[in-house]
Design a protein around this ligand. Structure first.
Ligand SMILES: NC(=O)c1ccc[n+]([C@@H]2O[C@H](COP(=O)([O-])OP(=O)(O)OC[C@H]3O[C@@H](n4cnc5c(N)ncnc54)[C@H](O)[C@@H]3O)[C@@H](O)[C@H]2O)c1
Length: 388
């Protein structure tokens, strides 16, 4: 058997999520953690605890590799504040380093189109970090969604309360200009999953929720939405990061170590169809006996889709599966399951939701193909002049 070298992966950003990615790289069978990049000197200790090298910047990494006659890493996982993703990704792409970029890939669709096209021009693979696509609860939902018959309606929520220190530790989260607010940070995940499961969203209407954190006037706390999908399915969705509630994806799936797991939670998403209703993450299918005409006179039965669902599902954590996929994408064995255009489709919905809030009117969601790239956002001039 021919042994293949491990893939070298660098993690950019050592805040809330970067070290979690780094832990997954460390325990991956064919990936190796090359180091951590973060300008905050406190990240040196995080790198040391992970037993890896620390670099304050991408230029420092490049210099280190030159000095030590090492190849640059094969791939990077970009885990920095939302508004920094594009410039950092462009610099990495300029060295041919493949990219897994946390969501949202950029703050605007025009910037997203620019990094998508630039990465392609450099033959750099680009995967967007909508890791819920790899969550076993979503994998099972996608596998079973046809059991509800024709998709008619959807009801969902992402509702919880963020603590104050979440904002104090990351001031970028307190301003929409730097990618803050629950729509850009959180709802974008649900929008991606719903489009992945149901299909493209065509029209949205949004009522913004009243603010309780008046000291952060520039970050939304959520909205109530109506959604119309292109296939005719319609939905309602509540997003709030400032209510007391377990009705959110993380509480129901236990996938985030910071958010306590509620093993009895049902109906975070309810997908209603002509023949049944699928409830997520409990993975119960509500249906009537096939031999009878469906009607309100007939009892609705509940059938669990997975036996021992927590044992089966917890053995497959989404970040590990996403990393397996990134490795395969780098090695050319798979195409990105969440491409730049998928990331763009989610971002375009968020843009339409924000416009609906601003205008008080329903909004059509723009098409990916209509977006013109804004290459000026990539900082390529600075890179050429060697001053990035
Ligand atoms: N997939 C998920 O479940 C998930 C969860 C949390 C966060 N995220 C996303 O991950 C990203 C990071 O979020 P976070 O909560 O970890 O943020 P954070 O503020 O906790 O951490 C960001 C880190 O990036 C560093 N940084 C800033 N500018 C940098 C630069 N130019 N180069 C290198 N490092 C830089 C900061 O010093 C900080 O340590 C965001 O895009 C967020 O939306 C995704």
């Amino acid at each position: 058997m021919i042994a293949t070298n491990p893939l070298e992966i660098i993690v950019i950003g050592a805040g809330l999520i970067g070290p979690r990615h780094a832990e997954h790289v460390k325990k991956h069978p064919v990936a190796h953690l090359f180091g951590i990049i973060d300008p905050n000197p406190a990240a040196a200790e995080i790198a040391s605890n992970l037993d890896t090298d620390y670099f304050p910047s991408i230029s420092d990494l490049v210099q280190f590799c030159k000095t030590n006659e090492l190849n640059l890493p094969d791939g990077a996982i970009v885990c920095t504040p939302n508004h920094t993703h594009v410039v950092i990704s462009a610099e990495l792409a300029s060295y041919g380093i493949h990219l897994l970029v946390e969501k949202p890939l950029s703050s605007t669709p025009e910037q997203l189109a620019a990094i998508r096209d630039y990465a392609e021009s450099k033959n750099v693979k680009l995967l967007v970090g909508h890791h819920r696509r790899f969550n076993p609860f979503i994998v099972e939902t996608k596998k079973n969604i046809d059991k509800v018959g024709q998709l008619i309606a959807l009801q969902g929520s992402w509702a919880l309360k963020k603590p104050e220190d979440y904002f104090i530790k990351g001031l970028w989260r307190t301003d929409a200009k730097t990618g803050g607010g629950s729509l850009l940070i959180n709802l974008v995940h649900d929008v991606d999953v719903l489009q992945y499961l149901i299909g493209p969203i065509e029209r949205v209407y949004a009522e913004v929720l009243d603010k309780q954190r008046d000291h952060y006037p520039n970050a939304d706390e959520g909205a109530v939405l109506t959604l119309r999908f292109k296939n005719g399915c319609c939905g309602t969705f509540i997003c709030s990061d400032n209510v007391t509630s377990p009705f959110n994806f993380e509480s129901g799936t236990g996938e985030n170590p910071l958010i306590p797991f509620h093993d009895q939670l049902e109906g975070v998403y309810r997908i209603f169809g002509s023949k049944g209703t699928l409830s997520v993450p409990d993975l119960n299918l509500y249906h009537q006996p096939l031999e009878k005409e469906p009607s309100w006179n007939c009892p609705v039965e509940r059938t669990p889709l997975v036996d021992n669902r927590f044992e089966t599902l917890f053995s497959n954590m989404p970040f590990d599966l996403q990393l397996d996929h990134f490795v395969d994408v780098i090695r050319g064995k798979q195409e990105p399951s969440c491409s730049a255009n998928d990331g763009m489709a989610a971002l375009l919905c968020i843009e339409a939701i924000i416009k609906s809030i601003d205008t008080g009117l329903p909004q059509l969601v723009k098409q990916v193909d209509d977006i013109k790239p804004d290459f000026s956002c990539l900082g390529l001039e600075k890179l050429k002049n060697g001053s990035a």
